[in-house]
Design a protein around this ligand. Sequence first.
Ligand SMILES: [Fe+2]
Ligand SMILES: [Fe+2]
Length: 310
Amino acid sequence: MPVDSHRSFDSGRSADPAPPADSQPAGFEPADFNRRVIEEFRAGRGRVGGPFEGARLLLLTTTGARSGAAHTVPLGYLPDLDGRVLVIASAGGAPADPAWFRNLVANPRVTVESGLFTYEADAVVLDGPERDAAFARAVESDPGWAAYEAKSGRTLPVVVLVPVPGPPAVDGGPGGHLLAVHDVFRRELELIRKEVAASGAALGAQLRVNCLSLCQGLSNHHTGEDTLLFPPLERDNPDLAEVMPVLREEHERIKALMDALGSVLAAPSPDPAALLPEVERLTAELEAHLDREEEALIPVLNALPAEPQG
Ligand SMILES: [Fe+2]
Ligand SMILES: [Fe+2]
């Protein structure tokens, strides 16, 4: 059997795990299952229905350790800070590490598809206390990871995917890029709102990271707009004179809302009941801002001359 044909769907959804190998119906073809999920993921720009509805999924492409061929699998992931994400090599609780993990140990440069962006990343296998802390966070957010680890008899490897600096690939030029970035925030806020609403008395450590990661990304995005995107657009498009101060003011208000959210998160035991209204205020303000910004800027961005090639 070639090394890349090992079943390797790691959903991380304990409520709806992929069926274990010994309980699969006759005719179940893991490669077919993964292929269908990959097709649905790409067609839906990262949205997948059925048991994975609302899950954080990505497509990871590794290079076959022996074959050298590209090997793509859908994986559940957990947000981390600084634009990184974590994946766990559970193989659904199978005793052997999944092929994708063996591949990235041999060749850490991987390609990640988020549904909205495609980017190169370097895979770093965590070890020691760092691995244990990340895995504990995953287990707290979904006990299915602990069940997979117990069943596998392995210490499940935790891998952080570190984006390689440089712009990610996205269709649609600068207008398409802005839309994709905005959709990342829309989707992540929607997930976080549901997670906070479903939280019990205590806020989980992973959910705290999800919130901090979102605020970090949003803050970077707005700094980039204020300093790099807006000034030349304003200079070259007098028609934008009215809307630009409004967009800047909205950035300020969103920053204040993120600061308020950060204050709740900074408490020793953040209270989900106190966090939910902050997340809802941020969602409402941000959605209005993203819509206004797209309406004003996307036609201008789409009319920019294409970057010279080569
Ligand atoms: Fe903005
Ligand atoms: Fe924006």
